[in-house]
Structures are given as C-alpha cells and as structure tokens.
Ligand binder design. Structure first.
Ligand SMILES: Cc1cc2nc3c(=O)[nH]c(=O)nc-3n(C[C@H](O)[C@H](O)[C@H](O)COP(=O)(O)OP(=O)(O)OC[C@H]3O[C@@H](n4cnc5c(N)ncnc54)[C@H](O)[C@@H]3O)c2cc1C
Length: 386
C-alpha cells in the first residue's frame, strides 16, 4: 500500500487493522440488521480507540489530539473504510473547523470534543439546498449584540445524538466583482437552547445505523460569542475542511475496495463451475485484474493528495479528483464483487450486499461526483477566462 512508507506507518496500520478485525468488524452484521449501533457497542469502540490513541488523532497535540500528519491520518481512514461508517464513526475525528474556536469557545466546544465528552454536527445541507449550498435559506439577523437564527437543516449525520452543531447561515449579502453573493457565517449552536430541535431524520440504506438528523431553528437567540471564526467567512472555513473530508472519503473507499477485492479473490479461487475455479475463466480473472488496477490507481491519488496537504499545497481540484475517482472505483469494485459471487453476492448471509450498499453513498455525500467534476472543470477553464 503506497501510504505506508516507514516502520511507524506500518505499526500504525497494523494496530488499526487488528483493532478493527477484533473489536469492530464482528458487530457489522448485528448493526446492519438492527439499523442502529447498540449504545454499549459504540461506547466500547470509543473507549478502546482512546486507549489506542486513535480518538481525535487528527487534531494537533497542542489541543490534546494525536497530532498525526495528513499522510498518517490517511492510513487510519483507509483502515476505517474496511467497515461501516456507523461503527468507525464512534472513533471521533472532530472537525478541524473547531480549531477556529477562540476564547471561551475552546473550553466549551473544542476541548470536550477532543476528550469525547461532546460531539458536534456539521450542518450545511438543507432540504432545498444540497449541491447548491449557496441556495441555503437558514439565516441569522442581528438584534443588538445578539443574533436570531431561523431555518432548518437536513441529512446532518453523526453516529449518535450530538451536543451542538456548527450551523451555516446567511447573515447578509456582499457585493463582489461576480455580482451579489450571500454572506455565510458559521455559528456554534447548542442543542438545549430554546427554539432548537435536533431530531432523527430519514434512515439511509448505506451504513445502516449511522444516523441523519433534522435540525430546526425557531427564533434561536445566539450571543456574539457563538460565531465560529469571522462573521461572513463561514464558507471559507467550511471549504478548508471539505477538501480534506473529500480526501478521507477517497481513503475510506480504498479500504472498502481492498476488503471487497480480498473477498472476491477468495471466492474466485475456491468456487468451482465446469470443474474449475471460476477465477480461471478469463472473464473473472480479467475482472480481478481491472479491480486491482483501479485500487492501485486510487491509492496513488490519495497518497499524492495527502502529501500535497502535508506540504500545504493541496488545492480543491486535487481533493475533487480523489473523491470522484476513488468513489467511482469503489462502486465498480463493489458491483464486480457481486458479479463474481453470483447469486450468493445478494444473499443476506454474506457480507457482500452490505458492503455494496455501503459503497453507494460515497458518490453522493461530501459533494456528488457531478459537483466534483464541476470543481475540476472550473480549475481547467477559469485560467483561460472561460
Ligand atoms: C447519509 C448522508 C449523510 C450526510 N451528512 C451530512 C452532514 O453531516 N452535513 C451536511 O451538511 N450534509 C450532509 N449530507 C448531505 C450531502 O452532502 C448531500 O446529500 C449532497 O451534497 C448532495 O445534495 P442533495 O442530496 O440535496 O442532492 P441534489 O443537490 O439535489 O442533487 C441531485 C442530483 O443532481 C445533481 N446535480 C445538482 N446540481 C448539479 C449541477 N450543477 N450539475 C450537475 N449535476 C447536478 C447531483 O450531482 C445529483 O446527482 C449527507 C447526506 C447523506 C445522504
């Protein structure tokens, strides 16, 4: 695997792999059947991940995190991808947006997220504003020193009910050379404030047990200390984090594809038809070869992007390329794995149907494949003025 380049990297990868093999993957079937992660299983994963130093490993040591580089975090994310998001999300990697906390916000939001006493939500998407995030209607209006927040969000996901949300809201309009543009501000909004409601939303068939929430805000009064970062700079703040999020999606896709490829290879080598292992038929063998090429290419893209991120040179199109390629590679690998298994691939007794279903979300969340292609196209054409 191209991400593992040193002895320390190898140790990290093996530690995460054995933790997941022993303490996480055995719960997959139950969680998928129940459609939720029993609290005691989630807490056990949380506790063990703290003992191993994996909890909040993405944040700097200066705030109590693990201080891993992006390249090291990618090793972890790739391993996490081997199982359902519903389970691995209990190993918190708090959003890096929280590094924008200042003053009292540090003790109230950042520190408890690093220790696991609190969990946050990232609340951008609305029922009528998905890909078109700028179409959001949630707004906050000034009232003296306070803000008054109104609106709603949906598809806001977490392994379990969170304590607060980072909510993106319109706080005005800016004139720009490209015309008027909504001013978007990020707010820290506690679940227990008057006028706030977090409730469970639709159930997703990918990663069953990973929850989506609907958030409602009805004249919610927020002090000026609830603005995260600078007023009107919410999108810039979100953008910094979304790029890395897309690379983490890519890394998890590689982990899941690797697991499916292992299962497909084993089946191709042992399932016999016409007196021979099905892998000896060129149609199956070449399928395995193409799956292997796709995975290797995707791994190289992730490795390239995290090295750019560590060097501070990663750009939005780099992350977009990773997101499109890795998620589409995974979906191809998932479909090919079902095909190699034949009818058994769709039986509930096997893990294939679950991994196949879990794979589908990756082309949608964190920005769809179409939106990623827009980002890449823009980076190609904009320098030419088109
Ligand atoms: C399980 C789950 C968890 C999520 N978690 C979170 C979360 O924690 N926080 C959060 O803020 N959001 C979250 N999301 C929202 C997610 O990011 C959006 O679903 C995604 O961005 C797509 O938005 P949409 O579903 O509204 O689809 P739409 O925007 O309605 O898109 C529908 C289709 O139209 C296409 N399309 C739209 N515009 C264009 C265009 N300009 N050109 C070409 N094609 C286009 C899309 O690519 C897609 O194929 C989550 C979603 C899911 C399903």
């Amino acid at each position: 695997m191209t991400l593992v380049v040193s002895h320390e990297d190898e140790l990290l990868q093996k530690t995460v792999r054995s933790f997941f093999d022993e303490a996480v993957i055995p719960h997959e079937e139950l969680v998928d059947r129940l459609g939720e992660v029993p609290e005691e299983i989630g807490r056990e994963i949380e506790t063990k991940s703290k003992e191993l130093g994996l909890f909040a490993s993405n944040l700097p040591e200066s705030v109590g995190g693990g201080g891993l580089t992006y390249s090291q975090s990618a090793i972890i994310e790739r391993e996490f991808g081997r199982t359902s998001h519903a389970l691995h999300a209990w190993v918190a990697r708090p959003t890096e947006l929280l590094m924008a906390c200042e003053g009292d916000q540090i003790a109230k939001y950042l520190t408890p997220c690093v220790s696991g006493e609190k969990r946050e939500l990232f609340a951008l998407t609305e029922p009528e504003a998905g890909s078109d995030a700028m179409g959001m209607k949630t707004n906050a209006k000034r009232d003296g020193d306070d803000w008054v927040l109104n609106g709603s969000k949906h598809f806001i996901s977490a392994p379990t009910m969170a304590d607060f949300a980072i909510v993106f809201a319109v706080t005005g309009v800016d004139e720009t050379p490209r015309g008027n543009r909504k001013r978007i501000t990020a707010f820290l909004v506690d679940r227990d404030l008057p006028g706030v409601e977090f409730r469970e939303g639709n159930k997703c068939v990918s990663n069953r047990g990973y929850k989506t929430y609907e958030l409602m805000f009805d004249d919610v009064r927020l002090g000026s200390g609830q603005v995260l970062g600078e007023e009107g700079r919410g999108f810039e703040l979100a953008g910094q984090w979304l790029g890395m999020g897309r690379i983490w999606v890519g890394a998890t896709c590689c982990g899941k594809a690797e697991r499916m490829l292992e299962l497909a290879t084993e089946w191709a080598a042992t399932r016999k038809q016409f007196g021979k292992p099905i892998g000896s038929f060129q149609a199956t063998g070449f399928r395995l070869a193409d799956m292997t090429i796709g995975l290797r290419t995707a791994d190289l893209l992730v490795a390239d992007a995290v090295r750019r991120a560590d060097a501070g040179t990663m750009q939005d199109p780099d992350a977009a390329m990773v997101k499109v390629y890795c998620s589409e590679m995974l979906n191809k690998v998932a479909d090919d794995t079902v095909q190699i298994y034949g009818g058994m691939g769709l039986m509930e007794e096997m893990p294939i149907h679950r991994l196949w279903r879990d794979s589908r979300i990756e082309r949608i969340w964190d920005g769809t494949s179409e939106i990623q292609r827009h980002i890449i196209t823009r980076s190609i054409l904009r320098p030419l003025g088109a």
